[in-house]
Ligand binder design. Structure first.
Ligand code: AGP
Length: 612
């Protein structure tokens, strides 16, 4: 969950590397560092904390060097401090390396290397790799850097995205991946390596994605991609759609607020060119599964983590209600290790905004290994999961920088609704039902606009929850997962403990928590289970609970019952989550801002979780 970037070319590397790191900071921000090659030596600069500290240190040092690598860290092994910050070097300071991933057999290797006289400076797993490369590159028969890196990599277990430099090949960066994202970005007389495109978009839009087991040798005027057998591979150059502007804050105080307010447009982009009103269905360009293939599907397993898992729960309700296909939702981290029962009549759908979440990637690989058909609902184009599955649906929601996922969630729900339409219309869903869903989907962006125009009302309610110690979120049917999502948003950015529950579950325990100090947020639109949730609200009121309710516009009934209410427009039951989640995103945002929390980079979290 770290970010790495490297540069080799005609310009001074340090400012380019720092700028690249800033765009990767959402991946981890415990410490940062750079290694620069200049005049036959490696200069290393490392600081604990945010990249701003590193930038300040570099400003004072005026370093030179036209080749360098850099890293922003999310600690897994070794506490966040300057010593454990990357880059790490070998004993002689001949080479330096940055790493994103986990070396699972680092302990064993470290002991063996120590016995062979190597001196370790840090507690990290990563430093082991620097000494392994040293054994082949700087000691012994002094092999070329790429061969030494390859020789070292075969000895380690675990995941990596790495970049390595050496004083013996001063304008060369060797980069390699297994499990962690990495790309080469091609410039004019200069080249970059990076964990993702956001670090290089200011300089180029031409990138080559590195796959598992591949090694890249990058120099100012050329680059080579080799496979595990050191055979050269000719890989396609991808031209990126996103421009720098889309990943800047665009005048908003935080990326999270920008991304919440972007949802009318991100939803339009997710829907664009996919709705077929006449046929009452949807079409996708990259599904890579024929209608015949889809008709053979007898069971669906949706898998993902965090917010993506919540979207999966809504997809389950949709698939079973409209497509009539038995559907289960699995935490990816559990699915991959529990000997799952899948076969070639099972469709395993992996949902992931980043497309890099290690557990979801591994769950899909396990499903494939067992013969299941696989699809990905992914936002980041060209990401590892997108390249692992048979086919998929890109969300086209644009880059999501804020660690708390918002616009990706609503786009995931809409993409699942369109996939449900496609699968349902191939089965028993009538053309009239299909058309009704298509029309409701097409109207969603303007309804979302209406809810967001009412943000001030949510801000007012947020003021009253600032000092809450705990909050309960309750919903039913399609809005039970929304209650889970609302609680997750509040937890991850304001650090207030919150729990989401199916409202009827209250009576089986949690209702004991209710008193006048426990705010309860009900997600209660006028849907098929409306009457049931009204009774649940009455149960909470009867015990003195404070009720905030998300209700359908004009719902005067609940107006009397709830202490505060937030109105959302009416839509079809299966699409209500796209509207009811918006006030919950805003509520968490305003509370966190008022509590002085770092909304875009909450403590202990990172945007894409690329380790187990
Ligand atoms: C959500 O706000 C969190 N950032 C987190 O739970 C996230 O949803 C989870 O890590 C999955 O990420 P993905 O969608 O990129 O796979």
């Amino acid at each position: 969950m770290c970010g790495i970037v490297g540069y080799t070319g005609h310009r001074q590397a340090a400012p380019l590397l720092v700028e690249g790191l800033k765009h990767l900071e959402y991946r981890g921000y415990d410490s940062a560092g750079v290694a620069l090659i200049a005049d036959g030596r490696i200069d290393i600069f490392k600081t604990a904390g945010k990249i701003a500290a590193l930038e300040k240190e570099l400003a004072g040092a005026h370093p030179t060097g036209r080749t360098g690598i850099a890293h922003t860290r999310w600690a897994t092994h070794g506490v966040p401090n300057t010593i454990n910050a990357h880059p790490h070097t070998d004993c002689g300071g001949t080479l330096a390396l940055v790493h994103n991933g986990i070396i699972e057999n680092a302990g064993v290797l470290r002991a063996a290397l120590s016995r062979r006289g190597h001196t370790f400076r840090s507690e990290t797993d990563t430093e082991v790799l620097a000494h392994l490369i040293e054994e082949l590159h700087s000691k012994g028969d002094g092999r070329p850097l790429v061969e030494s890196v390859a020789g070292a990599l075969v000895q380690i277990e675990g995941t990596y995205g790495i970049a390595v430099v050496s004083t013996r090949e001063p304008d060369t960066i060797v980069a390699a991946r297994r499990g962690s994202p990495l790309l080469v970005a091609i410039g004019n007389e200069e080249n970059f390596v990076a964990s993702d495109a956001s670090a290089v978009l200011a300089h180029t839009r031409s990138v080559v994605y590195i796959d598992d087991g591949e090694i890249a040798v990058v120099r100012p005027r050329d680059y080579r991609i080799l496979d595990v057998g050191a055979v050269e591979k000719h890989k396609a150059v991808t031209h990126l759609e996103w421009d720098l502007g889309t990943i800047e804050r665009g005048g908003y105080a935080h990326f999270m607020l920008k991304e919440i307010m972007e949802q009318p447009n991100s939803l339009r982009d997710t829907l664009r060119g996919r709705l077929l009103e006449e046929e009452g269905t949807a079409r996708f360009g990259g599904l890579n599964l024929t209608d015949e293939d889809l008709l053979k599907i007898r069971r669906i397993v949706i898998t993902g983590c965090g917010t993506s898992w919540h979207a999966g729960l809504i997809g389950e309700y949709m698939m079973e209600e409209l497509a009539r296909i038995p559907t289960e939702v699995e935490y990816a981290s559990e699915f991959r290790y529990r000997n799952p029962i899948v076969d070639d009549h099972t469709l395993v759908i992996g949902i992931s905004q980043s497309g890099e979440t290690a557990d979801t990637l591994a769950a899909l690989r396990e499903a494939k290994r067992r013969g299941a058909r696989t699809l990905g609902l992914i936002n980041v184009v060209g990401s590892s999961i997108a390249r692992e599955v048979e086919g998929g649906i890109y969300l086209h929601a644009g880059p999501e920088i804020g660690v708390a996922s918002t616009k990706a969630f609503t786009s995931q729900i809409v993409a699942l609704a369109m996939l449900t339409l496609k699968l349902g219309r191939l089965r028993s869903l009538s053309i009239l039902q299909g058309r009704e869903v298509v029309r409701a989907l097409a109207r969603l962006p303007e309804l979302v606009e209406r809810v967001l125009q009412n943000a001030a009302a949510v801000e007012h309610i947020a003021e009253r929850l600032l000092r809450a110690g705990n909050v309960l979120y309750l919903g039913r049917g399609y809005n039970f997962p929304v209650a889970l999502e609302g609680a997750l948003k509040l937890k991850e950015i304001s650090y207030i403990h919150a729990e989401g529950y199916p409202a009827a579950e209250m009576k089986h325990g949690p209702i004991a928590l209710i008193d006048d100090l426990m705010p309860v947020v009900f997600v209660a639109p006028r849907d098929a289970v409306y009457q049931k949730i009204v009774s649940n609200i009455e149960e909470v009121k009867a015990r003195g609970g404070r009720v905030i309710a998300v209700v359908t516009e004009g719902d005067t009934g609940l107006a009397k019952l709830a202490d505060q209410r937030i109105e959302v427009p009416e839509t079809l039951d299966l699409l209500t989550p796209v509207l009811t989640v918006l006030p919950l995103q805003l509520l968490a945002y305003y509370i966190a801002v008022r509590r002085g929390c770092n909304v875009d980079q909450p403590r202990n979290l990172a945007k894409s979780v690329t380790v187990e």
